[in-house]
Design a protein around this ligand. Structure first.
Ligand code: SF4
Length: 431
């Protein structure tokens, strides 16, 4: 039996693609091996979003190329964003046998065998690369927002929603394999259905997902800060399976910067929407991301971002330094902000956020919450997450006096005892 190993880079959305690639190999009889050093076919699923990710992807490709000399690798495949963004790669990386762009991912085994592409109507079953209790459902690909700094529309093309029937079938399969938490991802999750002018599509999809027995939590990640589609806001009340959690990347708050970023929602409108949601749903946990050091960003413009963060008081925030990316509209903008200034602003924003996160977490102390058990941390403590902690990006909840035989994927009723900037400590309550 032939074997395949995978090296995957980038975000959760990319990981879903990688799991689908492995699924397409498994479907034609390949054995999937954990360690790529022992595989005959090695696939590197790349990320090309920003320069740092490109460099990391190239390093991984060169490491994988060594496996052709030192390991059992016979065929090296590079897939995903990088070959789409840099068509000239084939010339520069002769060690690589095949390149596949994001639109071709499920056809890799057929192409390797010299066969015509598989039937695209058949959706491949993913081979999960992480524990199955918490996984991602990618509900769309591409993006039509065309933010001036972003390579995604260039790499992934316009926004395309995955048909709801396919998503529901995939979700059922994931739940049958042990998923109790589904994290819905896309470049613009609340844009779901807009490409087909179906404004109620996301609400309808959420209703169908909520009806799946055995599924416990549904989480929305990456919501563009426009008003939520009809019906979706009410689901954030937490009465059903959609948890009161929303990730809304605001990126900036100053009107000039937002206009230069080609963002389609003003800071006032975004703030109004977020504060309105917080008013209506007091349990709502908000996450955001922000870009610091966009060309020409002045101290006062940066301060406008800090002020908005202080007014909205997001529970979680990820801040990134602006990176000029080849081919984007922002690449040629004058007014590069010196690295030192960008670093200082990033540090300041994260200090402001650390205090807010700490206070937000303190508000959970004494509350009884369900905690989803994720496993053990490096020190051997049982850790899990409350509804307010998304996997991989937010903090954890450490569990005290946890029953020894507790299973990963179990939900435990807990009382929060202590809170830090990122993590919580909770005691498990008797059942
Ligand atoms: S919404 Fe996100 S993915 Fe789409 S162009 Fe803007 S930054 Fe890129």
């Amino acid at each position: 039996m032939k074997s395949v190993g995978l090296i995957s880079l980038g975000c959760a959305k990319n990981r879903v693609d990688a799991e689908r690639i492995l699924g397409s190999f498994a479907a034609v009889g390949y054995q999937v091996v954990q360690d790529p050093a022992h595989a005959e076919v090695v696939v590197v699923n790349t990320c090309g979003f920003i320069r740092e990710a490109v460099e990391e992807s190239i390093e991984e490709i060169l490491d994988a190329a060594r496996l052709k000399k030192e390991g059992s690798c016979r065929v090296l495949v590079v897939a995903g964003c990088l070959p789409q963004r840099y068509r000239e790669l084939a010339r520069e990386l002769p060690e690589v046998d095949f390149f596949f762009t994001p639109g071709e991912l499920e056809n890799i085994p057929a192409a390797l065998a010299g066969e015509p592409p598989a039937d695209s109507a058949v959706r491949t079953t993913r081979v999960l690369t992480q524990l199955p209790h918490s996984t991602y459902l990618k509900i769309a690909d591409g993006c039509s927002n065309r933010c001036s700094y972003c390579t995604i529309p260039l790499i992934r093309g316009p926004f395309r929603s995955v048909p709801a029937d396919e998503l529901v079938a995939e979700a059922r399969q994931l739940v049958a394999r042990g998923a109790v938490e589904l994290n819905l991802v896309a470049q613009d999750v609340t844009g779901y259905g807009r490409d087909g002018d179906e404004t109620a599509a996301l609400d309808s999809l959420l209703g169908r997902l909520e009806a799946i027995d055995g599924l416990h939590w549904i989480r929305l990640l990456y919501a563009y800060p426009r008003p939520l589609p009809p019906g979706v806001a009410a689901r954030l009340a937490g009465a059903g399976k959609v948890v009161p959690y929303l990730d809304v990347p605001i990126q900036h708050a100053h009107p000039r910067i937002l206009a230069a970023m080609h963002r389609r929602v003003s800071a006032d409108a975004a703030e109004g929407m977020l504060l309105g949601l917080q008013d209506r749903y007091p349990d709502l946990v908000l996450r955001t991301t922000a870009i610091v050091g966009f060309p020409g960003e002045t101290e006062a413009e940066f301060q406008a971002l800090v002020n908005l963060v202080q007014r909205v008081r997001f529970h979680h925030l990820g801040a990134f330094a602006y990176s000029p990316e080849e081919g984007t509209a922002a690449e040629a903008l004058p007014g590069r902000v010196p690295d030192k200034v960008v670093r200082e602003r990033l540090n300041h924003l994260m200090e402001v956020q650390a205090e807010i996160s700490h206070l937000r977490n303190q508000a959970f102390v004494g509350r009884e919450l369900e905690v989803l058990v994720d496993g053990l941390d490096e020190a051997g403590n049982v850790v899990g997450r409350t509804y307010g902690q998304a996997p991989e990006v937010d903090g954890h909840t450490l569990l005290d006096n946890c029953p020894e035989a507790v299973a990963v994927g179990a939900f435990l009723r807990c009382r929060v005892r202590e809170a830090w900037e990122y993590d919580l400590l909770a005691e498990v309550l008797p059942t």
